[in-house]
Design a protein around this ligand. Structure first.
Ligand code: 8YV
Length: 321
């Protein structure tokens, strides 16, 4: 907390560490209380809870009903990230608390990451890198990969990120299929709508997840969907780990019932199943889809604009609730 700020500056509770530049920005404008650094969170909440008007958080740290209830003066929850499945929206609504996220600015980088995984897994890019570094090239042959371009790309959730994935995949001469709550009227006519995920999995080579997390999509990819994807199908997840029944995925991979996977998100991240470590047909990323200097800066700017907008004139740019 910076003492040189005017006492009229709003008090914010930061749930977990955010981008250092963003933290510095926020600390120059607001009285920031760092929840994750408190030796005892309940002591911090007892001492400062009554003066806290905003929560600064991210998709990773969220905001629970319990936390919202501990802050009687709370006006807004401002999240760094587009996904808000870890924020208790019902609790926010009940309290009349505004919730904002950072949509739009990260679509391109998240879609880029989906394509990176779609190339890396079947073309064995990460495995090939390990092969060269291990000094094996002079003595061993490297196995052939599987072609990605020209195959069928099945997108689950044709939102803004899904659309950007589709555009990129189309540039790789892929046929685009998608499932969504309903067909997207503004989607190019050549994108084929499939009413359910199991049929989509059966008809595509790459099943690419781009739906929001939360109760409605939990374990949408289960053993049946994976079996429909089949031994030549690849699962790509840049959405949320909870969308996939991870135990079923491990079992499908172990039984070679799908070809492989490219994963940026995990059901219990940052923990990942040990079984993945022995699988060369699985590419693992530590939830970095939006992790570029440019995109994280744009997300930070949008989050600050929401915060400043709210505390100056009760106006926000990207409201969820
Ligand atoms: C961020 C994300 O890494 O936007 C999201 O929903 O998952 C990512 O962009 C995350 O919000 C930061 O924790």
């Amino acid at each position: 907390m910076t003492d040189s700020l005017p006492s009229s500056a709003a008090h914010l509770l930061m749930v977990g560490p955010l981008l250092p530049d963003l933290v510095a920005d926020l600390e120059s404008r607001y009285h920031v209380h760092r929840l994750w650094e408190a030796a005892d969170a309940s002591v911090l909440l007892r001492e400062h809870g009554a003066s806290i008007r905003g929560i600064a958080t991210s998709g990773r740290f969220g905001a629970t009903r319990e936390l919202i209830a501990a802050l009687p003066a709370l006006e807004g929850i401002f999240s760094f990230g587009v996904g808000y499945d870890t924020i208790d929206l019902a609790a926010a609504r009940e309290r009349g608390v505004v919730v904002t996220n950072t949509p739009g600015v990260l679509d391109a980088c998240v879609a880029d990451t989906a394509l990176a995984l779609m190339l890396a897994a079947p073309r064995r890019i990460a495995e090939a890198d390990r092969f060269v570094r291990a000094g094996r090239w002079p003595n061993d042959g490297f196995p052939l990969g599987t072609r990605m371009s020209g195959k069928r790309c099945g997108i689950v959730g044709l939102g803004n990120i899904g659309l950007q994935i589709a555009r990129r995949a189309a540039a790789f001469d892929m046929e685009i299929l998608y499932t969504n709550r309903k067909p997207r009227a503004d989607a190019p006519a050549e994108y084929r709508y499939v009413p359910d995920i199991e049929t989509l999995a059966a008809e595509c080579d790459f099943l690419v997840l781009a739906v929001p997390g939360g109760a409605a999509t939990r374990h949408m990819v289960n053993a049946r969907v994976l079996d429909a994807l089949g031994p030549k199908g690849w699962l790509i997840n840049i959405a949320r780990g909870t969308v996939v029944d991870e135990a079923a995925l491990v079992s499908a991979l172990q039984g070679k019932r799908i070809a492989g996977a490219g994963l940026d998100v995990f059901e219990h991240e940052p923990a990942t199943p040990d079984a993945f470590n022995a699988m060369d047909n699985v590419v693992l990323l530590p939830h970095i889809a939006s992790g570029t200097h440019e995109t994280r800066r744009a997300m930070a700017d949008l989050m600050v604009a929401n915060l400043d907008g709210w505390f100056r004139e009760e106006k926000v740019l990207t409201r969820v609730v």
